[in-house]
Design a protein around this ligand. Structure first.
Ligand SMILES: [Zn+2]
Ligand SMILES: [Zn+2]
Length: 383
């Protein structure tokens, strides 16, 4: 009953789906059974649902462990307790704490906002209740890398913000908004990289919408190899703004070309699995079929070989390639890195280095979209 009352209080304070507030499941991949929380800057109030509130001063550390359907906690200064759930709330703005999962490979995170910890079957459920703008720089750094120019990060901030808002109900059945793993977008915690923080601030609240003011599917990838892919070809879901565009901006990057060879025997067994007799597929090799741009599929004896399927089967860097018959092996000559749909990160970075604005970068990779405040945009109605 006490757990219900705590959850009810938090839901009143932070409704699950609302603009700007967001709850993120922390350590969603490793799902730890124990947690160390350290106060780095400022004090926190620890509400344990049983004994009331305890003030945790800067420098204090709390160990939390799952104990059946409850949690045990103990502080460095000797306060202990058992509770259905815990809530760490900042005593003042600017409070920062770190969380670490002992024995997990996931790195420590700095967090702000409120942290709740409850026992779940097999693990702790650790939720960080914060705001979209507060968590955005971390997401942008994780997805876009470090040491890029401002307008590259501005474009990435608008894209990442759009992704968060469009998918804000993704985990609603689980009781939170997003997880901190690749399933949603990686969230490494609060970051302080000034270029990224400023890029997020200067685009605060801005998202990408289509002509009907619906937030777009803001796909992005590492390097398109000179031509982005249409979403209809890759995911069989077409959007007017996720169409193929010729990209002159990413060829400088080492990721723009790649080569890989696989054993002929591996290739033959793949052909057989598709109902194709090895030795009859000669027309698909580059010597016989000069490539012109991305090839979505090839046909042999009426059977279809999808480039994306070949990519997944052989772990290729992209589905943008030609193939050559090299006797005992098959050689792939490829371009780009990733699925190729939407914004090309290497290209966007280079455009920004050439002093092009984030609006122009976004307009190039998502043609026909508008940049607008999230208050003026809607989420798509899901079937
Ligand atoms: Zn997720
Ligand atoms: Zn590109």
């Amino acid at each position: 009953m006490k757990r219900i009352s705590l959850v009810a209080i938090l839901l009143v304070l932070f409704p699950l789906v609302t603009f700007s507030r967001i709850s993120i499941r922390i350590f969603a991949r490793s799902k730890p059974s124990s947690l160390i929380v350290s106060m780095v800057n400022g004090d926190c109030m620890l509400f344990d649902g049983t004994a009331g509130e305890v003030r945790l001063s800067q420098g204090e550390t709390v160990a939390v462990t799952r104990y059946g359907d409850r949690v045990i906690y103990s502080t460095m200064s000797g306060i202990r307790g058992v509770s259905d759930s815990l809530a760490f709330t900042p005593a003042a703005s600017g409070t920062l704490f770190t969380v670490r999962a002992p024995g997990s490979s996931e790195p420590e995170k700095s967090l702000s906002g409120t942290l709740t910890v409850t026992s779940f079957p097999g693990s702790l459920r650790i939720l960080n209740i914060t705001t979209v703008e507060e968590c955005l720089p971390g997401v942008v750094r994780a997805e876009a890398g470090r040491y890029g120019p401002s307008d590259y990060y501005r474009a990435q901030a608008v894209v990442a913000r759009t992704y968060i808002y469009r998918n804000i109900d993704r985990h609603s059945l689980d009781g939170y908004n997003m997880c901190d793993d690749v399933h949603c977008q990686v969230y490494p915690g609060v970051v302080t990289d000034s270029v990224i923080v400023n890029a997020c601030r200067s685009t605060s609240g801005l998202v990408l919408a289509d002509r009907d003011s619906i937030m777009i599917e803001a796909a992005f990838h590492g390097n398109c190899g000179g031509e982005t892919a249409s979403s209809a070809d890759v995911w069989l879901a077409g959007y007017p703004y996720l169409v193929s565009v010729t990209d002159p901006w990413c060829s400088y990057s080492p990721s723009s070309t790649w080569k890989k060879s696989i054993a002929r025997s591996e290739w033959n067994s793949f052909l057989r699995s598709k109902g194709i007799a090895p030795g009859t597929e000669g027309a698909i090799y580059s010597a016989n079929a000069p490539a012109a741009g991305r090839i979505t599929y090839r046909t042999v004896q009426g059977k279809t070989l999808w480039s994306e399927e070949i990519r997944l089967r052989f772990g290729l860097r992209s589905a943008y390639f030609t193939l050559s018959d090299a006797g005992d092996s098959i050689l792939f000559n490829g371009r780009g890195y990733g699925h190729g749909v939407g914004l090309c990160q290497d290209g966007a970075k280079h455009m920004a280095e050439k002093k092009m604005s984030y609006n122009r970068i976004i307009g190039f990779y998502y043609p026909g979209t508008i940049i607008t405040d999230v208050k003026n945009a809607r989420r798509p109605v899901r079937p």
